[in-house]
Design a binder for this molecule. Structure first.
Ligand code: NDP
Ligand code: ZN
Length: 352
């Protein structure tokens, strides 16, 4: 089968691979829609996962099942499914201990696609534990909507969960690419009153407003800490969600956050050995400002719940999709868009 892969750090290309086999609990799926992700860019061009050779890229897919293992109960060939980016092993000691499933076999081990096994950018791909990790695409959901669920929606909403957003609160979302935009949508659903969105591109700012942002802060117009502190009369935000930017944004988040407030981080920090916490802004260690960071949840129930929000018209993730391509061969074009991020892109989708 043909697959689009990371050949080595900094280089992508098409390769031939054997079609994956299917374990007793697993499924083999052919993609119906795929989406390249900023994380693929970190993997290929920044070596986020270290050196890899001929690793098939991609972790955002919806598809049609072509084969299931003998022990799979709820799915069959022909079913159209949402495939979460995170597909944990649900049968581990760590899960019984209460460790988040994302880490059930070690830190970040739930992130399997294009990390510890081949990703989804190919004619066929393997999904472990189909009954626990797949969800049916609901009748009436479009493929571009559906393919936003495996990562963009669940990650953005996880930022909101990590920041513990409450009714009537002031929330700041730093970064409004597709992930941050879903943080905005999620924070609005969770009852944020004033909702700051930090970004520079006008299209993202406009989309943030549509998803519920009340104030747009352009980080290119000066320090975002000053801008948000000024706008809130020096009080800051109850909840700060970090979904983009360099390592310094975590420091800024601590400064923007009120005492007793919560920071939720879903951003990937790719530089330096340490992240900095500003000592005084963190109350010399006693501010009760919490910092939570997490890998997005995956699995079947999570996908079903994200899909239910769309089907009951709580929000429309389809607005994230600015570019649509037809045909597997266009994965390359989609990835290039994510690499260079022209002003008019939020998220590309490749329909197969
Ligand atoms: P994008 O690159 O599309 O968006 C990044 C956003 O950050 C943009 O709005 C950009 O603004 C903004 N930004 C850039 N620099 C700064 C700065 N100095 N200060 C404030 N804002 C800034 O990324 P995605 O939305 O696709 O992904 C966001 C992050 O989430 C990535 O790091 C990705 O790897 C990570 N991620 C994490 C997951 C998880 O499970 N935790 C899962 C998926 C992704 P503009 O472009 O307007 O200038
Ligand atoms: Zn992704």
């Amino acid at each position: 089968m043909r697959a689009f892969a990371m050949l080595k750090i900094g280089q992508t290309g098409w390769i031939e691979k054997e079609r994956p086999g299917c374990g007793m609990l697993d499924a083999v799926v052919k993609p119906l829609a795929l989406a390249p992700c900023t994380s693929d860019i970190h993997t290929v061009y920044e070596g986020a996962l270290g050196q890899r050779h001929n690793l098939v890229l991609g972790h955002e897919a919806v598809g049609e099942i072509v084969e299931v293992g003998g022990e799979v109960k709820d799915f069959k060939a022909g079913d159209k499914v949402i495939v979460p980016a995170i597909t944990p092993n649900w049968r581990t000691h760590a899960i019984e201990e209460g460790v988040p499933p994302q880490h059930s076999e070690g830190m970040l081990s739930g992130w399997k696609f294009s990390n510890i096994k081949d990703g989804v950018f190919s004619e066929f791909f393997h999904v472990n534990d189909a009954d626990m990790n797949l969800a049916l695409i609901p009748e009436g959901m479009t493929l571009p909507q559906a393919v936003m669920l495996p990562d963009m929606v669940t990650t953005g909403f996880h930022g909101v969960e990590l920041a513990k957003v409450e009714f009537g609160s002031t929330v700041a979302v730093i970064g409004i690419g597709p992930v941050g935009l879903m943080c905005v949508a999620g924070a609005a659903l969770r009852g944020a009153a004033r909702l700051f969105a930090v970004g520079s591109r006008p299209l993202c700012a406009e989309t943030a407003r549509q998803y519920g942002a009340t104030d747009i802060i352009n980080y290119k117009n000066g320090d975002i800490v000053e801008q948000i502190m000024d706008a809130t009369g020096g009080h800051g935000a109850d909840h700060v969600i970090v979904a983009g930017g360099p390592s310094e944004v975590l420091e800024q988040a601590v400064r923007i956050c009120k005492p007793g407030g919560v920071i939720g981080n879903v951003n990937y920090f790719g530089e330096g050995e340490f992240l900095r916490i500003p000592r005084e802004a963190w109350g010399v260690g006693m501010s009760h400002k919490q910092i939570n960071g997490g890998l997005t949840p995956g699995g079947r129930v999570r996908m079903e719940r994200m899909a239910a929000l769309v089907m009951h018209q709580r929000f429309d993730p389809g607005k994230l999709v600015t570019h649509t391509f037809h045909g597997l061969q266009h994965l390359e074009d989609g990835l290039e868009l994510m690499h260079h991020k022209p002003a008019d892109i939020i998220k590309p989708v490749i329909l197969i």
